[in-house]
Design a binder for this molecule. Sequence first.
Ligand SMILES: Nc1ncnc2c1ncn2[C@@H]1O[C@H](COP(=O)(O)OP(=O)(O)OP(=O)(O)O)[C@@H](O)[C@H]1O
Length: 778
Amino acid sequence: MPVSTRSQASAIRGGDGGARPSAARVPASAPGHDGPARRGHLANPHHGLKEKMHALTLFYEQHKQQLASSQGAAAVRRSRSIQHAIVEGGKDENGRDAGEEEEAAKRYGDAFAPVPEAAVLRENMAPPEARAPSSRNDNVVVFSRPAEHKEKENVAHPVNAMSCPVKKLEPALPPSSARKLSLGGGMGGKLKAVGEIGPGNADATGSRILVFVRLRPMSRKEKEAGSKSCVKILNKKDVDLTDLASENDYLRLKRGRGHHHFCFDASFPDSTTQAEVYSTSTADLVEGVLQGRNGTVFCYGATGAGKTYTMLGTMENPGVMVLAIKDLFSKVRQRSYDGSHSIQLSYLEVYNETVRDLLSPGRPLLLREDKQGIVAAGLTQYRAYSTDEVMKLLQQGNQNRTTEPTRMNETSSRSHAILQVVVEYRYLDGANIVARVGKLSLIDLAGSERALATDQRTQRSLEGANINRSLLALSSCINALVEGKRHIPYRNSKLTQLLKDSLGGACNTVMIANISPSNLSFGETQNTLHWADRAKEIKTKAMTAGNEESYKAPDADADQSKLVLELQKENSELRQQVAKQQQKLLTVQAQSLASNASPQQSVAPSPPITMPCSTQRKAKRSILDGSCFSTPNHKRPVDNAQVRDLQRKVKSLEAEIEKMKKEHFLQLKQKDEFIRGLINRKNSNDPEAATTERRVIMRTSLRKVQKDTAAAGELKSPSHRFKSPTPTAKKRTFWDFGGESPSVLAVNGRKTRSHVAADTPPRAPSMLLQPGFTRQRA
Ligand SMILES: Nc1ncnc2c1ncn2[C@@H]1O[C@H](COP(=O)(O)OP(=O)(O)OP(=O)(O)O)[C@@H](O)[C@H]1O
C-alpha cells in the first residue's frame, strides 16, 4: 500500500495515541543505516519503507523545530539523539517501536490524516539549514549546484565558496570594461583594458600592429588653390582633424561632427625627416629580421599623400626602403664574422589585379600557398651582396613599375609595390648548423582615390577601380581581424592574399598612414585616419622566437661546413689584399702618367733611387706612397735616364701586381671549385635541397641594365648617396677579371626570362662571394 509522507508526518504530530512512527530507515547515505536495528526488522516486508519514511519525518521535524524555536544547539543535539536512538533501537523518542507504528498506520489509513502546513513545507523544500553547506556533516544533504550556472554566466564569485573544482578564470575585469569588450571593443579594446601595449611590445599571444601617421607639407598646387591646413599634430601622437567646411555650420560643429581626434603610436608632423621616420617606425623591424623574425612596413593613404616619398624617397632624401636596406647591410657587416649571411630580394607589383615581377618583367605571376605562406610562383630572387647593388635593383624595379600622371599626383603609383628581403644567417653551433631566416616586406600601396579626383580616362579609371577594390578588400580584412571573425576574406584580392602573413600571421607589422594637410583633401584624410585607427586593433600572432632551424650535421658535414666558413673567411682576406694591390697599381699608373705628361717638370732624383743602400722594397714603397714625386721647388736639369728608369720600375711593378692578381685569382678559383664540390656533394645527399634551388641573377646581366637606368632613374646610382667601402669601379674590375660573377640558380629548375636572354649555357653558381657572405643554402 502506498504510504504518504504526509500521513506519517501528521500521525506523529497529531499525537494520536494509536499512531506510532515506524522505525526509521535512514537515507542510504546516512551513517549507521546498516545497524542492528535495521537487520532486526528485515522480517517485515513493509518495514523498510516505513522505516525510511519515519526517519525522514523525524529529520524534517528536527529541522523545523530548530527553525521555529531557535533553540540552538541543545535542541539540535536532542533531536539528533532521538534520530540516532531510532536508527539504533528501532524506537522513537517515546519508546514506541516500529511494530506499533505500523499498526497505527494500518488502523487509520493515510487519507484521513490532517495535513499541517508545516508538513507541506517540509515536503517541498529543504530545511533552511540544509540549503547552506553545513560544517557538520552528520546528515548528507544533496544540493543543487547553482554555482556552476553562475560560472557559465561569467559571474565572479569566491573560489573557496565552491564545493566542486572551479575552472580558474582570467582576472576579472571591472564590469564596465567587461561590458565594453562584449560590445565589440575587439582585441585592441581588450589590450587596452588589460594593459596598454606600447610600440614594439609583444605579449605571449602576439603583438599589435603599430600605426604611425605622417603628415606631408602643403604642396605648391594646394597652396595655389588657396587651401588651408585642417590637420594638427599634437604631442607627437595625437592628430586633430577639423572639417573647415563646417566652420560656419553651427549645428554640425555643435554636434561635434566637424572635429575628429585620433591617437596613434606616433604621429609625424610635416617637418619630420626621413631618418626620423625610419628610426621610429622601421629600425626595430630590421633588427628583428636579423634575429629571424618577419617584419612588414606598409604605407597607406590617399593618392598624393606621400606614400612613395616615405617608402622610396628621393636622391637627397632616401626613404624607408633605402634606409632599411642600408641599415641591414651595415648590421650584417658588423656581425658576419662568426657565421655567414645571405641576403636575397624580390620586388613585385600588383597592377590591375595581376602580380608582376618588377626585376624580371614578363608574364603575370600566379599566387600559391605553401608552408612558407603565400608565394608568387616564379618570382625572381636576387642574391645581393651590397647596398649599391640593391639600390640598382630597386632603381631597375621602379622603372618597371607602373606610374602615371593623374590630376592629383604627377607621378602617381598605379600599382602596389612589394619589396621583400630575406636574410638568412647560418652558423655552426657545436656539431649543429643553425639557420635563421627573417623576412622584411616593404610595401608601397597605390593611393585610394576618387574617380573624379584622378581622371576620367578609361585606363586610369579602370586602374582606380582596381586599386580601390583591393584597398576595400584590405579594409574588409582589417574589419574581420578587429572583430575577431573566424573567416578573414584574404582571397578577395591579390593584395590581401600577399598581405595575409603580415596582417594575420606571425609578423611584426607597421602601418604608416600618409595624410595631406589640405582641407581640400579632408574626406580622404578622414578616411585614412579612420582605417589607421581601426588597424591599431589588429593583433598579429606571437613571434617570440625567430624562424630558427637547427639540424645536426653528420661529422663529415660539420667538418665541411667548418671548412667552408674558414675558406670563405680566407677568400675575403685575399679579396681585400687584391683590392689594396689594385689601389697601389692605380696610384702608380697615375704617377706614371703624370710624369709622362710633364717631362719638363723635373722628377726629383728621389733618394730611394739615387741612394745605393735602398732596397727594392723600400724603393717600391716610396714610389707607391708618392714621396718621390714631391718635386722640390728648385729647378734641376731634366734627366731622361732617370725618367726612363722610373718608367721601367713602374712597368716591372705593374707586371708584379698582375702576377700577384693572377696568383690570387688562381687561389680563389681553386677554393671556389673546392667549395662547389663540397656543396654539390651535399646537394646530392639532400634531394630536397637540390630541387629547391633558387635563382640568382648574374651580376653582369644586371649591370647592363643598371648602366642604362643610371642616367634616367629617380634613384640614381646609390654610390652617390652612400659611400661603399670599396669603390664600385674597383669592385667591378675584381669581379670582371675573374670572369666568374655570381651566376644563376633556378627555382624548381626554371630559369627566368632574363636568364634565358642573358645566359644561354647553364653555368654553375659561382663561389666568388663578397666578404662575409656565403652562398645561399641549397
Ligand atoms: N614628407 C614630404 N616632404 C616633402 N615632400 C613630400 C612629402 N611627402 C610627399 N611629398 C611630395 O608630394 C608629392 C606626392 O607624393 P607621393 O608621390 O609620395 O604620393 P603617393 O601617396 O605615393 O601618391 P600615389 O598614391 O598617387 O602614388 C611628391 O611630389 C612628393 O615629393
